[in-house]
Design a protein around this ligand. Sequence first.
Ligand code: IPM
Ligand code: MG
Length: 360
Amino acid sequence: MPVFNIAVLPGDGIGPEIMRQALKVLRVIEKKTDLSFELKEGLIGGCAIDKFGVPFPQETQDLVLKANAVLLGAVGGPKWDNLDFDIRPEKALLGLRKLLEAFANLRPAKLYDALLGASSLKPEVVQGVDVMVVRELTSGIYFGEPRGIIVENGERVGINTLKYREHEIRRIAKVAFETARRRRKRVISVDKANVLEATVLWREVVTEVHKDYPDIELSHMYVDNAAMQIIRWPKQFDVILTTNIFGDILSDACAMLTGSLGMLPSASIGGKTGLYEPIHGSAPDIAGQDIANPIATINSVGMMFTYSFDRPDLEVAIDKAVQTVLNQGYRTKDIWEEGKTLVGTEKMGDLIAKALETCL
Ligand code: IPM
Ligand code: MG
């Protein structure tokens, strides 16, 4: 009986309440399959600052390094916004990604048919949308040196550096092409090669890597154009391969194609241990009110089964359970529309867990 050790990091804001729903799903899988899970909870983000004075304590670092996979809720909130930059909750998330060497961030934006009316775009534009953003996650302007705020000639100067090493581009490009091979075999690489040298190299290296993938169609797009095209005609995209910061921005845009930021899961892979988290933040304004959408987190659990535990069938089952509940008309507030049944976070979690029992 395979036992998986999962580090569970609920974090801040809505993190704990959405994580509770994800754990309900794990419990059903334990009951209905031969898998079992050892869950070890750790503190990260603001809650860790409150207890240990740092956002990513050694204890949590040890925990994630020993785990087979890491499940994360969300970090941050206004309470910690004025802290020194280096100990802010967001720093912990970047540190976690770096520690796990999880350089490949997969963010699938797929519209459930039931949510056709929930998107702010016209139904004919979003119907059937199925985009995978492959975002470089452990380099680029998020990590480049030098960085900081210094004083030069008596005035303050803010500095960040966009830097990509060839091997960093090569490895993420490979992930994108491999991913496309399991999908519709098209990669659009997004850069700003008309202005930024780091992305001139990006385009060059992606083109070189492509030589090993003749079955995949590759094209390049500038990021400003990509932002426009995602809103204009999203169905032209299969895999979007892009840098850390462009992926951050474009994946939020892609999320809205699916109806809500609360719908998008993610997998961060490439290192020894996979990290799974919703792409949304900790939403402190709605925390503790039982209104957050747990689907992004639940579907992140699905991705964990595919990418860390080699059980894609369980991701399919979870996806089916979500679909069933949406087809029955249940909606959290962010995706609610006239004529649908409004439910809270806990109820949505219960419904999906129950539906999953019949999908396994
Ligand atoms: C995301 C988030 C993070 C990022 C923040 C919270 C550091 O926006 O995962 O998209 O910028 O990567
Ligand atoms: Mg983001």
